[in-house]
Design a protein. Structure first.
Length: 442
């Protein structure tokens, strides 16, 4: 070694930021002390090793190693090789080998070849100068720094990949949990839907049952009412029959007139009885009425004609408007007739001094409408809510059945009835029915 002075050389560069030391193994001479002094001056930490074994042991926490050739006999190489091979994948530990002559370099180089591909080896031939040492060490340190950076990058990548994998696993687990939840939910929904359907069917059945019970209870009450109603006309008829009998047994000049009056009274009371029975029967049959397509306009015109005389006798003018436009409707004609009869009867009662009764037809795409409008006494709004209740009547001889029957018959035809009324001006009932075959394909 030409320069064996520990004089502080000028460092070409500060010795990097890493704290890891450069290992020095130069067992003979002053090489170690000189190299350490130069490196310290450049701010590069060092550690002097006693032998190759110590150097190998410290390799993981060192930046590089400077070895003198005399420290590297064939035996030492056997120790060094496995240590170099054990390095992690990112590491390529820099080895600086110091030789004393061209010949020694030759020999050392052969030994280095024997190290195999491992090792990042630089050979420095003596005489060593501060610049030669420092520049070589700087290059080694720079390379080591890069390796560390690479390692950090790899670590970060690995962490990133691990985090990604963990996230993916979490997502997959969540997805599976969601799918399981979904399946459970679907099962629950299906089960609940089935239960609901069952409940609904059961409720509908119970409702129908309750309606039937209610209907029959009402029929019972009505039957009692009707038998009571029958008594008055029957009593009147019996009385008139007595009159007729009396006139036949003991005829006088006025007998013919008396008999005629009695017979008229008998007919009126019989008609009243017939109406009562018809009303009752229409209510009993309303549930099972068989509906057939019929020309409603034609029927209404026909029924109106039958009523004209009786209405005219009471000073009531009957007007038909666009009734022939009503067209085909699914009907049970005899039952439906009760609707018109009851509405016309009420209109007559509402116009004791006479007036106008209008039957007005209107046909729309899916429904037909028939207005029954009178110019009678009308009703206050608060009464409108009650008039469809069975047995509700404001008339001394009333049954309170008429509008109830109207409503039930309309419902049995899939239709409905509405009312509008003004006190002192008149009342309009509007019947609405579905057009025959509406909704069904032609
Ligand atoms: P009833 O005719 O036997 O009284 P309804 O059920 O036919 O029974 O009618 C119930 C009540 O509705 C009648 O008593 C009457 O007060 C009222 N009402 C029905 N139609 C009319 C009408 N056109 N004008 C005025 N009031 C009416
Ligand atoms: Mg009535």
């Amino acid at each position: 070694m030409a320069q064996d002075t520990p004089d502080a050389p000028r460092a070409p560069q500060p010795g990097g930021g890493r704290e890891e030391p450069v290992l020095i193994l130069a067992p003979t001479g002053r090489d170690a002390a000189v190299a350490m002094a130069w490196l310290h001056t450049a701010g590069i930490p060092t550690h002097r090793c006693q032998d190759v074994a110590e150097l190998c042991a410290r390799m993981d926490t060192a930046a590089a190693a400077l070895l003198a050739d005399e420290a590297l006999p064939a035996l030492a190489l056997d120790v060094l090789r496995p240590a170099l091979q054990r390095q992690p994948i990112w590491s390529d530990f820099p080895l600086l080998l110091l030789t004393s002559s061209a010949r020694a370099t030759e020999v050392l180089w052969q030994r280095v070849q024997a190290l195999g591909a491992v090792g990042h080896v630089t050979v420095l031939e003596r005489p060593l100068t501060p610049v030669l040492l420092l520049s070589t060490v700087q290059v080694a340190l720079q390379s080591r720094r890069r390796q560390h950076e690479l390692r950090q990058l790899q670590d970060a990548q690995q962490q990133h990949r691990a985090a990604q994998a963990a996230l993916l696993a979490q997502l997959q687990a969540r997805d599976q949990a969601l799918q399981a939840l979904n399946a459970t939910l679907e099962q629950q929904v299906t089960a609940r839907t089935a239960a609901l359907r069952h409940e609904m069917a059961e409720r509908q059945r119970l409702e129908r049952e309750a309606q039937r019970v209610q209907h029959f209870a009402l029929l019972g009450r009505l039957a009692a009412g009707v038998s009571h109603e029958i008594r008055n006309p029957l009593g009147a008829i019996v009385l008139q029959v007595d009159v007729v009998e009396e006139e036949f047994r003991d005829p006088g000049p006025a007998s013919a007139a008396e008999i005629a009056t009695a017979l008229t009274a008998i007919r009126t009371n019989l008609e009243r009885l017939t109406d009562l029975v018809q009303d009752y029967l229409s209510l009993v049959r309303v549930g099972e009425a068989q509906l057939d397509p019929a020309d409603l306009g034609l029927l209404v015109t026909q029924w109106a004609q039958e009523m004209t005389a009786a209405l005219a006798a009471q000073g009531i003018t009957l007007q038909l408007e666009a009734v022939d436009h009503l067209g085909l409707v699914a009907l049970h004609a005899n039952t439906f007739r009760r609707v018109l009869v009851n509405l016309v009867d009420n209109a007559r009662d509402a116009m004791p001094q006479g007036g106008t009764l209008t039957l007005r037809g209107r046909r729309q795409a899916t429904t037909v409408h028939l207005d029954v409008a009178d110019t009678g006494v009308g009703m206050p709004p608060e009464r409108l809510a009650q008039i469809f209740e069975p047995l509700h009547t404001t008339k001394p001889g009333g049954t309170g059945l008429g509008l109830y029957i109207v409503q039930e018959v309309m419902a049995a035809h899939g239709g409905q009835v509405a009312v509008q009324s003004t006190v002192g001006a008149g009342t309009t009932f509007t019947l609405t029915l579905p057009v025959a075959g509406a909704g069904a394909p032609p």
